[in-house]
Design a binder for this molecule. Structure first.
Ligand code: VGL
Ligand code: ZN
Length: 207
C-alpha cells in the first residue's frame, strides 16, 4: 500500500494520565480523539516512554536531588522527573481506552540508563538514533502527523526532530496535552514554529 503519510501517537501511557506518576492534566481527555484520528491513517506508530529502573532522568537516581530540578548530564541539562514509565510496569502500559489495533510499530525510547529520550527519533545526546527515521524512510513516508503526550516534551521534541530528518510535520493541538513546567509549553511552541512544524486542527487535516 502506498501512503506517504503516518500518524505518530506519542506516549499515551498510564503514568502520563491523571493519577499516574507523571500526570499530564487532561491526558485522558484526548484518548477518544486520538483513536478517531488514528482511524484515518493506514500508517500509525505508537511511541512508548520505556525507562529502566534507576534511569538517569529520575530524581530518585540522584541522591539529594529534588523532582523537577535540572541535573547537569553529560549531554546537557536534564530535568529530573518522578519515577515513571518503568519498563514492564502498569504505568508504562498504554491507557486502557487506547484502541488502535492497526498500529504497525510500537517504538520504545528512553531505555538506555544514562540517556533520556523525549524524541522518538534522537536520544538526548542528540546523536543516538532510535531507528524511527529509517523505518519511516524505508516505507516511503515523507509526512508525519503527531499527537499525544506531552506537547512540551515528547510531542514537541519528536515533531522538531521529524523536521530534522526532512519530513513534513503537523501537530494536532487538540489531540495533545502539555505539562507546562516553567514556561515549557510556550518554549515548545516557539521551537516547533522555528523548525517549520505546522500546528493544525483535525478539521484542517487533509484526507
Ligand atoms: C515525557 C517527561 C519525561 C513525555 C517523558 O512523554 O512528554 N515527559 N518523560
Ligand atoms: Zn520519560
Amino acid at each position: 500500500m502506498r501512503d506517504s503519510r503516518a500518524l505518530l501517537v506519542v506516549d499515551m501511557q498510564n503514568d502520563f494520565m491523571p493519577g499516574g506518576a507523571l500526570a499530564v492534566r487532561g491526558g485522558d481527555e484526548i484518548v477518544g480523539t486520538v483513536n478517531r484520528l488514528a482511524g484515518r491513517f493506514a500508517n500509525v506508530v505508537l511511541t512508548q516512554d520505556w525507562h529502566c529502573p534507576g534511569h538517569t532522568s529520575f530524581a530518585s537516581s540522584h541522591p539529594g536531588a529534588t523532582i523537577y530540578d535540572t541535573f547537569d548530564a553529560y549531554y546537557g541539562p536534564q530535568i529530573l522527573w518522578p519515577d515513571h514509565c518503568v519498563m514492564g510496569t502498569h504505568g508504562a502500559g498504554f491507557h486502557a481506552g487506547l484502541d488502535i489495533p492497526h498500529a504497525g510499530l510500537i517504538l520504545r525510547k528512553g531505555y538506555h540508563a544514562a540517556v533520556d529520550s523525549y524524541s522518538a527519533f534522537l536520544e538526548a545526546d542528540r546523536e543516538t538514533r532510535t531507528g524511527l527515521d529509517g523505518w519511516l524512510a524505508s516505507r516511503g513516508i515523507t509526512e508525519v502527523v503527531v499527537c499525544g503526550l506531552a506537547t512540551d516534551f515528547c510531542v514537541g521534541w519528536t515533531a522538531c526532530d521529524a523536521r530534522h530528518f526532512g519530513l513534513a510535520v503537523s501537530v494536532v493541538d487538540e489531540a495533545c496535552r502539555g505539562i507546562d513546567l516553567d514556561g515549557s509549553l510556550a518554549r515548545a511552541h516557539r521551537n516547533m514554529d522555528i523548525a517549520g512544524v505546522d500546528i493544525v486542527t483535525i478539521a484542517q487535516l487533509a484526507g
